[in-house]
Design a protein. Structure first.
Length: 597
């Protein structure tokens, strides 16, 4: 692992101690560097693994890091008694809250409410208070802002623009009390409530500060205010905070992330070691040089000189189309062509709605594709029904799960299930409880009766059963299910199964961050789509759209196609013209697409 590092990566990995900022350009091996840093602390520096905390933004990234470190330790034939905590911010928050639940008037077997649960709870409160003029979804977003930005009452009344501030705050307080009654936390609480505990109890704060001597954080440019303060309070005075990120890839402001936390790292930690990783191992020179010129147009950011020893590569193709269907047809043809050559293909777009013509033409052509980030497995009705049964068994105060069962099953069946799980021993496994729930509710017959695609739904339940069989503890299983991050990606196969794994992959640019493909085709590089029309009158928003374009471009290893129809995006004019090959539609030519250069 250490032998494969370049000089800058070694500089970061072998840093002795204190604050460390790794500014990692696209494709520069940041995951490799952070993983090597973790391995170095354990195997070379002799730090007790239990004293190390590694935080990622997705479960997928956490599993990848754990796997790499375990493989390294195994390969080097080293023995360690424990393994560091490697997980997401929210899994760390849940872990701390299990210990400290009593201080927040909960018990350790609390439920974790997802967005659907929270929305149901807010709807119930609004209905009970006869406040039909308030939209629950809007309220939920406001409550999320309050928690992610650590907004206290005074600041709320100073900064909120709504006319009925007092009523909104009243509903928020009712919502907080309802969560308490349900013995539940919502997703945002897993960070905000921990910060509240740390700020209000020196004893609790110091207890957890002593637990971790080194804290490593991936994707630091994406943290929000609550996550920032969680880290600051947890690190304490020892300052062994090691972070890696790229401000040029900060694209999650809609989730309250603020890349200024990344830019201010040296202000927060004046003694910090700063290492720039600027060698790109992923893309051709044309792609790297073009994307670097593009992102240099932003006014805020740490300037990097990204470079590569890779080949010059093909020019970037900028392709003009008459409309979205002609664009989709071209993308499907090109994607299928490259996939048949054994190349990985990513089809990226700004908004989910852009997938519609692409999916339609893939289906009409009888070609296979993967849709990335499709309807989440845990959001499916049949899965939520079963999980609600288990959540009620784990936490009898969970009114939202109780109401779901009452709504979807008869009162007789609901009461029978409550009697059944109360008779189970506490050590009953998730698998045993699922099997009992399916038997009592006669769930397969219900699916056959109500759904034409019952077989598919039953297969989903079988997948849940398989997953549950890997857990002995109901608490561990429910926490794993609840903490599927919005950034954890879900693949959903459309069309028939195929032996060829290299079918084209469709996803939004937001979901593509962290991935790479031999060929990338970006759809809808139009003014009003990318950049999105909502961003056109705000410089910070426009700069985030440019970062989004940068992320899309730097996913490509070899070939990059930027497609548009109507008015071309301003970003296309920011790419050096000598790096571009412009393609347009020659309607008089049977060959169709021609190079206009």
């Amino acid at each position: 692992m250490f032998r494969d590092l370049n000089e800058k990566q070694k500089e970061a990995v072998f840093w002795e101690g204190g604050p460390l900022l790794i500014v990692a350009g696209a494709g520069s091996g940041k995951t490799k560097t952070l993983t090597a840093r973790l391995a170095f602390l354990i195997t070379q520096k002799g730090v007790d693994p239990q004293k190390i905390l590694a935080i990622t933004f997705t479960n997928k990234a956490a599993e990848e890091m754990k796997s790499r470190v375990k493989n390294f330790i195994s390969k080097e034939k080293l023995k360690i008694n424990h393994f560091p905590f490697v997980g997401t911010f929210h899994s760390l928050g849940a872990k701390i809250l299990r210990e400290e639940a009593k201080l927040l008037k909960r018990t350790p077997n609390f439920s974790i409410f997802d967005d659907d649960d929270s929305l149901r709870l807010i709807k119930k409160i609004v209905k009970e208070k006869s406040l039909s003029s308030f939209y629950p979804a809007t309220l939920m977003k406001k409550f999320s802002w309050i928690k992610n930005e650590l907004v206290e009452e005074k600041r709320f009344f100073e900064e909120s623009e709504e006319e009925k501030k007092d009523l909104i705050w009243e509903i928020f307080q009712d919502y907080e009390l309802a969560l308490e009654r349900n013995n539940a936390f919502d997703f945002d609480d897993l960070i905000q409530k921990v910060v509240w505990l740390f700020k209000n109890s020196e004893e609790i704060r110091k207890k957890h500060q002593k637990r971790y001597h080194y804290i490593l954080v991936d994707e630091y440019q994406d943290i929000n205010s609550a996550q920032y303060w969680l880290l600051r309070l947890l690190v304490g005075e020892k300052g062994n905070l090691n972070v890696v990120g790229d401000d040029a890839q900060s694209i999650y402001s809609f989730r309250f992330s603020d890349f200024r936390n990344f830019l201010n790292f040296e202000h927060d930690w004046p003694q910090a070691k700063v290492v720039f990783l600027e060698q790109n191992y992923r893309s051709t020179k044309n792609i790297i040089e073009s994307s670097s010129v593009l992102i240099s147009k932003n006014t805020l950011g740490k300037k990097k000189n990204l470079w590569t020893e890779n080949e010059e590569g093909s020019l970037i193709k900028v392709v003009e189309h008459q409309d979205e269907f002609e664009e989709a047809n071209f993308i499907v043809e090109q994607a299928s062509y490259f996939a048949n050559q054994g190349k990985s293909v990513g089809i990226l777009f700004r908004t989910n709605a852009q997938s519609r013509p692409l999916e339609q033409l893939f289906l009409e052509a009888g070609k296979d594709y993967n849709l990335f980030g499709a309807f989440s497995f845990y959001e499916r009705k049949e899965i939520k029904d079963v999980v609600a049964g288990l959540r009620l068994a784990f936490n009898p105060n969970d009114e939202i799960s109780k109401e779901r069962l009452k709504t979807n099953f008869s009162q007789k069946i609901t009461l029978l299930w409550r009697e059944t799980f109360s008779s189970f021993k506490k050590e009953a496994s998730p698998l045993q409880l699922i099997e009992a729930f399916l038997e009592i509710t006669n769930y397969l017959e219900r699916l056959k009766k109500d759904y034409s695609n019952y077989q598919e739904r039953w297969e989903n339940i079988q997948e849940l059963i398989y997953f549950a069989s890997q857990f002995e503890s109901l608490a561990d299983f429910l926490e794993k299910v609840s903490l599927v991050s919005p950034l954890d990606l879900t693949w959903q196969r459309r069309k028939r199964k195929t032996k060829n794994p290299l079918v084209p992959s469709l996803m939004t640019i937001h979901l593509a961050k962290g991935l790479e493909f031999d060929v990338v085709l970006v759809a809808g590089v139009n003014e009003g789509i990318l950049p999105h029309q909502r961003s056109l009158f705000s410089l910070p928003d426009l700069e985030e759209e440019r970062r989004l374009m940068y992320v899309a471009m730097t996913r490509a290893r070899k070939e990059l196609f930027l497609n548009f129809y109507g008015t071309p995006s301003r970003f296309l004019y920011e790419i050096p013209p000598e790096k571009v090959e412009f393609w347009g539609r020659n309607l008089e030519d049977e060959e169709g697409w021609i190079d206009y250069n």
